[in-house]
Ligand binder design. Structure first.
Ligand code: SF4
Ligand code: SF4
Length: 201
């Protein structure tokens, strides 16, 4: 019938229009900023740096390998390696970024930095309310602004962060057990080396 598709389309529109007065599910918009939609895990805005524990400086996972800096297509990451080292989550000494800046006015949210990082240190955030009147300084973010806890990562992206957390917790427990067994060996010499008892002399 001529115009059948138009009539069907209008019927759907009318159903949603009337339905939006009685059912929230039929409302495609929200009263932003008073109301917020729950974001899907797949939403990504700009990168952030993950840290373990409570102290971002001690717990920063980044080892300053600069892979993300090299791979970033528009070259908006700037890193300067530290001269000294700090212990990582396994207690091994690691380099850290003395400077880690990202120019968000250039970042295109591609997520390549997060994909190439071998240390699970840089992840994509969901924070998007970053507008500023300071076009240059306001959008050049430093490591102290980029650092966010591993719990935050777990909250916004549980299916990505969950396996990472489990793997790191297992590695940390293994390293702790190995260190404890080494310390015990040092305290108790091997039985063959024990000094002879009084009856044996
Ligand atoms: S998201 Fe893409 S453009 Fe932005 S810093 Fe990472 S690699 Fe660079
Ligand atoms: S964020 Fe990852 S890839 Fe980038 S410098 Fe740090 S450890 Fe290397």
């Amino acid at each position: 019938m001529l115009g059948e598709a138009i009539i069907k389309g209008m019927a759907v529109t009318a159903k949603n229009f009337v339905g939006s007065y009685v059912s929230k599910d039929r409302l495609p918009t929200v009263q932003y900023p008073e109301e917020r939609q729950t974001l899907s895990e797949a939403v990504r805005s700009f990168p952030f740096l993950v840290y373990d524990g409570d102290d971002w400086q001690k717990g920063l996972r980044c080892v300053s390998c600069q892979i993300c800096e090299k791979e970033c297509p528009p070259k908006c990451i700037y890193i300067v390696k530290s001269k000294d080292k700090k212990p990582d989550y396994l207690g091994k000494p690691q380099l850290y970024p003395a400077v880690f800046d990202i120019d968000l006015s250039v970042c295109m949210s591609c997520g390549i930095c997060a994909e190439v990082c071998p240390f699970e240190s840089i992840m994509m955030d969901q924070e998007f309310e970053l507008s500023t009147t300071d076009r240059f300084g306001g959008l050049l973010v430093h490591k102290e602004q980029l650092a966010k806890s591993h719990q935050y990562h777990l909250k916004i992206r549980p299916s990505e962060a969950g396996p990472i957390e489990r793997r790191r917790a297992q590695a940390a427990a293994k390293a702790k057990a190995a260190a404890e067994s080494k310390a015990t060996e040092r305290r108790e010499p091997a039985s063959g080396l024990l000094p002879p008892t009084a009856g044996e002399t």
